[in-house]
Every structure is written in structure tokens, then in C-alpha cells.
Design a protein around this ligand. Structure first.
Ligand SMILES: Cc1ncc(COP(=O)(O)O)c(C=O)c1O
Length: 368
């Protein structure tokens, strides 16, 4: 296991050495940004580390409200609510929307925060083949007497594939369904304004689509959020047991979120440059003969047919000063994945070294 002995950025320190870092989810390079760190430190001086109370008792501060207002502006929505983690966001929506569905249709590779949080009394759970809308429609058709909820990752964490919402949404309308999109890996990345997968497919204001999002990846901070109409967000505040019975986000985290959003707002081209870098890297990796996925996201998986090969590639890179993890992670996948993530701040030298090492390993061991 990699035990970090400092913060994350283009490089990390571990085991007494410095490594080029192509891992994690710090897509926009904000996790260790000087402005984000300074804002966090300042907020500790003013508020301390923790408000030590739930939001609905005495845990709501002025900066929580400011963060929610800034998130709603970022999302182009009326309102937003923040809570402990993106993982919780799926539970919150599944709980709040429960009167509206009686069967759940999930992508077979959905994240555990989806699959593990389906309410216990929903017994009709169907898995459709990965991103396969024909199979999804078959299942919706077979279960016509039920009120359907379709739920999927917006961008799949390991493979970086984008869920085909342009094809799923017509089924939402046809079968009178609701759709939850877990956009943990799309916030700040996809769509013209970085508002995620629905915006990427120009479905931003489409009816019956709900998004769960997180500040812990591209936004470099921590904490989950949901945005929407004031009426819907009030419903979450009034009715969600998870929201009501958990401790409010700590001040340094709230302040980090505010600082990150400010940077994103001031640099609207950041995510575009990131996606260009990722597109270029994918092209080069395909050129080396490796198998990867084609969607343009900062997640560039190298897909190998054997467990041992994936582990070996990751170790080879580590021995040559580059961290790219083999994903031994609780998400189902058809292949063994060595997951490269691109960050906006990676330099050309870093990318060239990565490609040189991948080539060296591929020539010796084969690329699939
Ligand atoms: C698809 C997906 N959903 C939800 C989460 C959880 O987000 P958070 O880390 O903010 O709890 C993750 C993060 O690992 C994820 O990959």
C-alpha cells in the first residue's frame, strides 16, 4: 500500500522518495492549491475544526449557507444542500425519492454507493448490462407494472466511460421513470460549465433527472452535494434522516469548497484544457497498442486480461518513479485495470516519461 507522507499534486512522497503521480481524482489539481489551503487555514482560525452538531440543530454556519449558494450558482440551479460525502448522496436521493419508484434498474458496474444503498424494502432490483440501453429497455418492458427508477454513474470511476444518458433519457420518458445520475467524476469536468453528465448531453434542465455530486474529486475538497429546485432541496433538509442525523461539514472543508469554486469560476477553461490533455494521452496510449476506453474523461484505464499483468505493470511504473495504481477496488469490471488519471497540472515531461515507461513494459510483456 502507498502511504503518503505529504500532500498530493503532480508528485507525491512515499517511502522516502518522490514519485510522479497519475492516480487519485485530483483532476483539476485543486486539492493542494495554495488558495484552497489558505482558505482552510483561515477558517480554522475563525471557526475551529468542527461545528460538532448536525445541520438542523446548531451545526449550520454562515459559510455553509454561502457554500450552498455558490454551488447553486455553479450548477445554475435554485438551491443546493451539502452533506458529509458523495457516498451519502445516493442514499439521500434513494430515500427522498422513495415514494416515486417501486423497481430499480442499475448499470451492472454501478458504484457501491449505488448498489449498496437501495432501500431494503425495494425487492425488485434489476441490473442491466454495462451501458447497454437495449438490455435496459428489455428489463423496463418486462417489469412494466412497476414504477421505475434508473440509476447509473455519470462517469464510471474505473473505466472513465460516460453513461449514455442521451439514449437512457428517452427511456425515462417512455417508461415514466426517474433517473439518478451519480456524477462524482463529472462535476467540474463535463459539460460546457462543468455541471456534469446531463449538461454534457444537453439535458441540464430535463425533467425527472436527479444528480448526486461530490466536492472530493475535481473540486479538490470534500463533501457531497445535491442541487435542484428550492422545493426539492427543502424536502431533503426536512425529510432526509442522513442529512438531519449527521454532523455538519467541518469549517476547513466548507472553506476549501468555497475557494475551489472561486478558482473554477475564474478559470472556466480549466476543464477544457484537462480534457484536451486526456484526449491526447488516450491517443498515445492506443498508439502504443494498449486497450483503453474511448470517452473523453480524465480517467485513462489500461485494460489488461490478467490480474498478474496488471499488478506487474503498476509495480514496474512504481519502480520507475510513477504511481499508477492497479485497481483492486469493489466495483465489478470485465478486465483488470491499471488506472491512470490525468490532472490539469501535469507537465509534458511527466506525460512523456509515463509513455516511455508504458512502451518499455508493453514491448516486453505485451499490451493486452
Ligand atoms: C461513482 C462514485 N460515487 C460516489 C463516490 C463517493 O464520493 P465521496 O468520496 O465524496 O464519498 C465515489 C468515490 O469514490 C465514486 O467513484
Amino acid at each position: 500500500m502507498i502511504i503518503l507522507t505529504g500532500g498530493i499534486g503532480n508528485y507525491v512522497h512515499y517511502n522516502g522518495k518522490k514519485y510522479s503521480y497519475f492516480a487519485g481524482n485530483n483532476y483539476l489539481g485543486l486539492a493542494n492549491h495554495p488558495d484552497v489551503k489558505a482558505a482552510s487555514i483561515q477558517s480554522i482560525k475563525k471557526y475551529g475544526v468542527n461545528f460538532s452538531a448536525s445541520r438542523c440543530t446548531t451545526g449550520t454556519s454562515d459559510i455553509h449557507l454561502e457554500l450552498e449558494e455558490q454551488l447553486s450558482i455553479f450548477k445554475g440551479n435554485q438551491n443546493a444542500v451539502v452533506f458529509a460525502s458523495g457516498y451519502q448522496g445516493n442514499s439521500i436521493l434513494l430515500e427522498i425519492l422513495k415514494s416515486r419508484y417501486s423497481a430499480v434498474f442499475m448499470d451492472q458496474f454501478a458504484h457501491p454507493s449505488i448498489t449498496g444503498n437501495i432501500p431494503r424494502d425495494i425487492t425488485n432490483m434489476q441490473y442491466y448490462y454495462h451501458c447497454d440501453v437495449i438490455h435496459l429497455e428489455d428489463l423496463l418492458h418486462q417489469h412494466k407494472g412497476f414504477r421505475p427508477l434508473i440509476i447509473t454513474d455519470g462517469v464510471f470511476a474505473l473505466s472513465g466511460e460516460i453513461a449514455p444518458l442521451d439514449k437512457i433519457y428517452p427511456l425515462v420518458k417512455k417508461y415514466n421513470a426517474i433517473l439518478i445520475v451519480d456524477d462524482a467524476h463529472s462535476t467540474g469536468i463535463l459539460g460546457e460549465n462543468g455541471r456534469g453528465t446531463p449538461e454534457h448531453f444537453k439535458l441540464n434542465n430535463a425533467e425527472n433527472i436527479y444528480q448526486t455530486e461530490t466536492m472530493s474529486k475535481a473540486l479538490g475538497g470534500y463533501g457531497g452535494f445535491i442541487s435542484g429546485s428550492t422545493e426539492f432541496i427543502s424536502l431533503i433538509r426536512d425529510k432526509s434522516t442522513i442529512y438531519k442525523a449527521s454532523t455538519a461539514l467541518p469549517a476547513p472543508i466548507v472553506a476549501a469548497g468555497l475557494a475551489s469554486l472561486k478558482i473554477v469560476r475564474k478559470n472556466p477553461e480549466m476543464h477544457i484544457r484537462l480534457l484536451e490533455k486526456a484526449r491526447e494521452l488516450k491517443k498515445e496510449i492506443i498508439g502504443l497498442g494498449f486497450q483503453t476506453t474511448l470517452d473523453n474523461t480524465p480517467i485513462v484505464p489500461i485494460m489488461l486480461s490478467e490480474f498478474a499483468k496488471a499488478k506487474d505493470l503498476s509495480l514496474f511504473l512504481e519502480n520507475n518513479g510513477i504511481i499508477v495504481p492497479f485497481m483492486n477496488y469493489p466495483v465489478k469490471q470485465a478486465k483488470f485495470i491499471v488506472r491512470i488519471t490525468v490532472s490539469a497540472s501535469h507537465t509534458v515531461d511527466q506525460t512523456e516519461l509515463l509513455l516511455e515507461m508504458l512502451n518499455k513494459w508493453g514491448v516486453k510483456n505485451g499490451t493486452n
